[in-house]
Design a protein around this ligand. Sequence first.
Ligand SMILES: [Zn+2]
Length: 351
Amino acid sequence: MKYRYNLDKSSKKYHCPNCNKKTFVRYFDNEKKEYLPNEIGRCDRENKCGYHTAPKGNYIKTYEVKYTTPPPISYHSYTLVSHCGRNYKHNNFVQFLKNIFTIDEVKTVILKYLIGTSKFWDGATVFWQIDNNKNVRHGKVMLYNIKTGKRLKNASGNAFITSVRSLLKLNNFNLKQCLFGLHLINKKASQTIGIVESEKTAVIMSLFKPNYVWLATGSKHGFKYEMLKPIISYNIIAFPDKGEYNDWQSKAMELNDYGFKIKVSRFIEDSNHVNGTDLADIYLEQIRTSKKPKTVTTITNTSTNFSRVKSITEAKIKRMMKKNVNLLKLIDVFELTDENNLPINVSSLKD
Ligand SMILES: [Zn+2]
């Protein structure tokens, strides 16, 4: 007895539509002598993926199919998130932000990213990974220096980092990480997403450039298909840390072949900063040298006010540029706007 469909017996493997690893075996139609569509097949990535779509009809297994359903993803409860949403006097990262931004700005990002506090180390911060379906997948606990905003390290040089899962000793917790900030994605694909490596950078950039949605991969290896899959339809600008440009750029080219729209910014790579420098570092440095005023001017949308405020901002920038020549580049790269969200005319500043 011959079956109409069987899994391809050759060693040819394709990219899995679920996990994107090249471990995917397609079905062959013996009647039509052709492969079935790309998504009909089985992922052979052991115990990791479990994707298997079989053709309908008179399909019968031609050999033993070991199909293991991956264990369900574990989630933390929201109660935990709200429980950690307090005690910000003992949250070094939040206190660091308060030295730079206004109370209102800091409050905004706390609520936006649901930043938490942990007592595990005095001053520790919790960054929750909440997915696009509002499930809480992970809580990263980290400790920052209150003055510099840099990660603190212990005597043996290791950064203070743990997870809510470890602290609660949830041994059977099936961790599947997602992008930090993924819960901020809405259905409007008109949003532009800025991707950075660290949670801290995403939070800070959301204050400097609020018209992007800022997400973090959590590590340089987090810039990959499985993590980025939920945002495939969005325009994405990736800002790799200094030294990571080539890695992220080649990954982005691969992902763009699968329908992503990722641009990788060279801005940090082309700067004179040391390896490991990230976007927030550069931005904070700009602020320190230019002493950005904290007040926000509100204007009515009349043309007279419009041009007056614009020219004030542009005059300010001209003064700031005398102190820091990189500023113009920064405005250009991020299509910066003034405090009223109006575009800054870069060409008018160049002379
Ligand atoms: Zn797979």
